[in-house]
Design a binder for this molecule. Structure first.
Ligand code: G6P
Length: 461
């Protein structure tokens, strides 16, 4: 692999965000998350740069350097933020790609804004990429960038990775602009997806809608070859393991347990507050377990962390109301003075609190209706260095493909979900260890650095 070629990452968001505390000048801080952690060292070693949106509407700040990486902010007017990001990306593509769990809306004006924003990302990338550089484009917000960029800069090697599921042709076919979208994607030399099923869906759509030919992972598109294959993303396993065993995390974890009640089992959910995550049915199943007497609210406690997300998008405001309705109803019905049944935290957690909660949880419930991978499931497993705990995992998360030792559930099946949560609460320590060891082996086998290196190796190989 030629590691010397410079690398340009193109993603909707820059790897930094603006932080302002009172009395101090606003500054840029590195954003949390595995993708940023994985790509930062690679970019540093390859005189790398990153093209992305700074996260607010209006003019873009000028190019600047952060931790040795050149950042090129894209400016988007309020209208473009609405049309491209809030609407076409998150009210058309997001629900369409997540099994239509909400009805996607199709509006020509939104599509126009999506195309316009993708053009700006492609133009900025064409301007800053060194000759014959490798460019890695990320996620559903930027599916037109590969072809737009290829037209502007045929010398570049272009990779594209989709972090969310790719829908079956039968659903994608609803999209009025399905052909343009496939042509946009097929401008890449390598297209990576989370699972083999996603890759299969993409190849079928490429042949039926994008003018591609071929049956295996390598497709012919005109004179070019485009490879479409699965590259399941992972986490920085070692950093979770290390953090999980630090004295401060152990102390925090014990403090959480003490406050929640040492004689109560802890059930934990951590998700972005998104309607795809199945927080609503998970709470419904839990309420029924309490109502039927199978779970005693004095002996168990549910902690739900919901990280605020896309709050200007209607469906996200709705799911927040729904989830908060469930929490209120359950607490009103089952809490007693001093013993809360569901603890609900609507915020993001710092890494120490996050891992301390993972360590404190007897049962982790990850029950999305559809999810590209779901890294929370992998983080929980990596943090359980004592090999105990139980993971309840939706079979519709990409992570379920490899985490076969989890207790898998169909989140649409409330009875099944109740039985599985109940079962998870009653696993013997021996069975917990057996399953957790197997899960940890799988998660440790490949981390996010291997993922990035494998993709880039195949792209430039
Ligand atoms: C998912 C998407 C990412 C996105 C993230 C947060 O993980 O795959 O592309 O950045 O959600 O969503 P946001 O809309 O706030 O960027």
């Amino acid at each position: 692999m030629s590691t010397k070629k410079s690398l340009v990452v193109v993603a909707n968001r820059l790897p930094v965000h603006r932080v302002s505390s009172r009395g101090q000048r606003a500054r840029w801080e590195t954003s949390p998350g595995g993708l940023v952690a994985a790509l930062t060292p690679i970019l540093k070693g390859r005189s790398g740069s990153w093209v992305g949106w700074a996260g607010t509407a209006g003019g873009a700040p000028r190019r600047f350097t952060h931790q040795g990486i050149a950042l090129h902010p894209i400016g988007l007017s309020r209208q473009l933020v609405e049309g491209f990001y809030e609407r076409f990306s998150n009210r058309t593509l997001w629900p369409l790609y997540h099994d239509v769990v909400r009805r996607p809306e199709f509006h020509r004006g939104w599509w126009k804004d999506y195309r316009e924003a993708n053009t700006r990302f492609a133009e900025m990338t064409a301007k800053v990429a060194p000759r014959r550089a490798t460019v890695w484009v990320h996620d559903y917000q930027l599916q037109l960038v590969p072809q737009l960029l290829r037209t502007l800069r045929p010398d570049l090697r272009i990779g594209y990775f989709l972090h969310i599921p790719f829908p079956p042709l039968e659903l994608l076919a609803q999209l009025p602009w399905r052909r343009e979208l496939m042509e946009g994607l097929l401008g890449a030399d390598l297209i990576g997806l989370q699972t083999k099923d996603d890759a299969r869906n993409m190849r079928r759509a490429a042949v039926r809608l994008g003018g591609a030919h071929g049956r295996g992972e390598d497709l012919a598109v005109g004179e070019r070859r485009v490879r479409v294959a699965a590259y399941p993303i992972s986490i920085d396993v070692a950093s979770f393991e290390t953090l999980a065993d630090t004295p401060v995390v152990l102390a925090k974890s014990f403090a959480f347990r003490r406050r929640l009640g040492l004689d109560r089992q802890v059930i934990l959910g951590i998700d972005r507050l998104d309607y795809t995550k199945g927080i609503d049915t998970r709470l419904r199943a839990y309420e029924e377990l309490l109502a039927s007497g199978r779970v005693d609210p004095a002996r168990a406690v549910f902690v739900q962390v919901a990280v605020p997300s896309r709050e200007r998008v209607e469906e996200y405001a709705e799911i927040r109301e729904e989830v908060e309705g469930w929490v209120g109803r359950i607490n009103g019905r089952f809490s007693t003075v001093g013993l809360t049944t569901v603890h609900y935290l609507r915020r993001s957690l710092n890494p120490e609190d996050l891992v301390a909660l993972y360590r404190a949880a007897d049962v982790m419930v990850v029950t999305p209706y559809r999810d590209g991978m779901n890294l929370v499931a992998k983080e929980y497993v990596a943090s359980r260095t004592d090999n105990t705990g139980a993971l309840v995992l939706s079979e519709f998360a990409g992570a379920a493909r490899s985490l076969t030792a989890a207790l898998q559930v169909n989140p649409h099946d409330i009875d099944g979900m109740e039985d599985t949560i109940h079962r998870a609460m009653h696993l013997t320590v021996e069975e917990q260890r057996q399953r957790m060891r197997s899960l940890r082996r799988v998660v440790r086998r490949h981390n996010v650095h291997d993922w990035a290196n494998r993709f880039l190796g195949d792209l430039t190989g």
